[in-house]
Design a protein. Structure first.
Length: 582
């Protein structure tokens, strides 16, 4: 009952109903006792800072009952799966669109490419929007899902190619909330020891979407004999996710939770002095200006920081190879093996099997290798330790591409190239898990900007490359076309090894080493007897240091202090305010 109360009360539905009923429905139990407490009298000369009442405050999402956290987490995973499926679900409709509107193959493929490019741009807007304490995450989720649903309905009703392409672009842009905010929501819901596993499942949901999407799309087209069927299916899925998030996805942004708590206290006590930290630090600001400023910061950080730029180029190449390679599948399994439309969808199951094995292997590595070292207070684990799985994954990608290239022929059984595709999944999955976790741990203060910039880089590149597939296949054939991707992947194999070796040197010139704010806090940390290091696996932790700092977000870890002359050998706990942006 407590879990259901949290899920509904803190959802957008519960908040709206509470507001409309003036607190009659879904009121907070804690509020009922506030009038009996000896509260400070109103004093216009000072503020009373509202924060969480210790680390065990029941309003902190990590302290919710297990059922509430599980349902909220599953909501995020479902959103992520459905959005990534939306990109690939459109693929079986391309031939129907070409026939219906007299479009070329390139024009038909634009519906996929524009969607992918758009969801690279979306996080630059939606991520800063969801971080505003006055808005929070839930409204962004719900309104994004609703708009995405309506855009899919509009696409299904479109009577010309131009409308299809415009609505697909807008759908990718507005519907990209799961990849803009999903990871942050999971980090707010789960405890530090649970976060790596939650993020691993989050990544799997993103992998399963593009694999199962073509299968579902092919099945509905075969049943209803129209290219519009995939869009109606997608509209139904997004309608369900809209309802689910509206009723059962509670707010997880700490600053929004504290903002609403401060408002309740002012209303219940008549004391205007109650304010949360976000109200004091961030007075009202023009929303459009804030988004434009944050977008500029994201792009600047992605392009000017040497470590981030190195990782962005790496992930951009991997993503581009993946999306271009996917366009080779119909050529092989339809043109060479004469698979039916449904059988072509099942050809992606090799990747699904490879992804399943990758997840199990990655979780085992976390449990038996990485986490025991992180939990040992005598060992300093640098972010570069995150790159080890990616080094293994980098080798798997060219193996997959070369097997696929030279076994995709009529004289070789179709199962052989499918087995080859299975090797791509660990390459892709382990590469992204390692480098993105590495970025998250290296740049906790700028994590939102770093991830938004990375998504923009790789999605823009990955969305454009599929347009080159038809000409590439016609000119080179499947053997050499896939081999060229293999040679590019061979050139990328050393990149995670190089990053591990040179990242410390590059980091001396990056924002990762800014210490003007950190040095006084480090001294406070070293002299405070009550502090113990919290170990994070690449993400963030809310730490209650003192009542005055109750509503800050901190990343506390046992690290080496960087100074102007280099790294000190003195172990230091770093406290970095995660809510700050550039």
């Amino acid at each position: 009952m407590e879990s259901l109360n949290i899920l509904v009360r803190d959802s957008l539905f519960g908040r709206l109903l509470n507001y409309a009923s003036k607190g009659l429905f879904f009121s907070y139990n804690g509020s009922k006792t506030l009038k009996d407490e000896d509260l400070p009298s109103p004093d216009p000369q000072r503020w009373i800072i509202v924060g969480f009442v210790g680390p065990d405050d029941p309003d902190i999402p990590r302290n919710w009952p297990t059922l509430a956290r599980t349902v909220a987490g599953l909501n995020v995973l479902l959103l992520n799966f459905s959005f990534y499926a939306a990109s690939a679900l459109f693929t079986p409709s391309i031939s129907g669109i070409e026939e219906a509107f007299g479009a070329t193959t390139t024009e038909g493929t634009l519906g996929l490419s524009l969607f992918v490019i758009a969801y690279g741009i979306g996080p630059l807007i939606l991520s800063p929007l969801s971080n505003l304490s006055s808005i929070g995450r839930s409204p962004v989720y719900v309104l994004s899902c609703l708009a995405f649903c309506l855009l899919n309905i509009g696409t299904a009703l479109a009577n010309n190619l131009q409308t299809v392409l415009v609505l697909r672009f807008l759908g990718g842009l507005i519907g990209s909330t799961p990849i803009s905010v999903g990871g942050a929501s999971l980090m707010e819901i789960y405890r530090p020891s649970e976060i790596p596993y939650a993020i691993a499942l989050y990544a799997v949901s993103g992998v399963c979407g593009p694999i199962l999407g073509p299968i579902l799309g092919t099945l509905v087209i075969k049943r209803w004999k129209t290219w519009r069927a995939t869009l109606w299916l997608l509209s139904g899925i997004t309608a369900f996710t809209t309802i689910s998030t509206f009723f059962f996805l509670p707010e997880t942004l700490s600053s929004n939770i504290l903002l609403r708590r401060a408002k309740r206290l002012r209303q219940q006590t008549g004391n205007p002095a109650y304010h949360c930290e976000a109200e004091i630090q961030s007075p009202s600001e023009n929303l459009a200006l804030r988004i434009v400023k944050d977008m500029g910061n994201d792009i600047k950080l992605a392009c000017l920081d040497p470590v981030i730029l190195f990782v962005n180029v790496h992930t951009m190449l991997v993503y581009g190879v993946l999306y271009l390679w996917f366009e080779f599948f119909p050529f092989v399994f339809n043109g060479i093996y004469h698979f039916t439309a449904i059988q072509q969808g099942f050809a992606f199951f090799g990747i699904l099997v490879g992804a399943s094995v990758s997840v199990v292997a990655y979780v085992l590595w976390l449990y038996f290798s990485y986490q025991p070292r992180v939990a040992n207070a005598n060992i300093v684990v640098e972010p570069e330790a995150r790159l080890v799985p990616g080094q293994i994954g980098a080798v798997c990608i060219p193996i997959s591409l070369f097997i696929f290239a030279w076994t995709s022929r009529a004289s070789v059984h179709w199962i052989v190239p499918i087995i080859g595709t299975a090797f791509f999944a660990p390459g892709f999955y382990l590469t992204f898990q390692s480098v993105l976790n590495y970025l998250g741990e290296s740049y906790p203060r700028y994590a939102a900007s770093v991830f938004a910039g990375n998504t923009f880089f790789r999605s823009s590149f990955g969305g454009a490359l599929p347009l080159a597939a038809p000409r590439m296949l016609n000119a080179l054939g499947i053997g050499w076309a896939s081999s060229i991707l293999g040679f590019i992947s061979v050139a990328m194999v050393p990149l995670p090894f190089i990053l591990q070796r040179v990242s410390l040197l590059l980091g001396l010139r990056s924002v990762r080493q800014e210490t003007a704010f950190l040095e006084p806090i480090c001294e406070l940390s070293n002299t405070s007897q009550g502090l113990s290091p919290y170990w994070l696996y690449g993400f963030t932790l809310d730490a209650m240091i003192s009542p005055a700092l109750a509503s800050y977000h901190f990343d506390i870890r046992h690290r080496t202090l960087a100074t102007g002359s280099g790294r000190s050998s003195r172990p230091t706990r770093w406290l970095m305010p995660l809510s700050s942006r550039l």
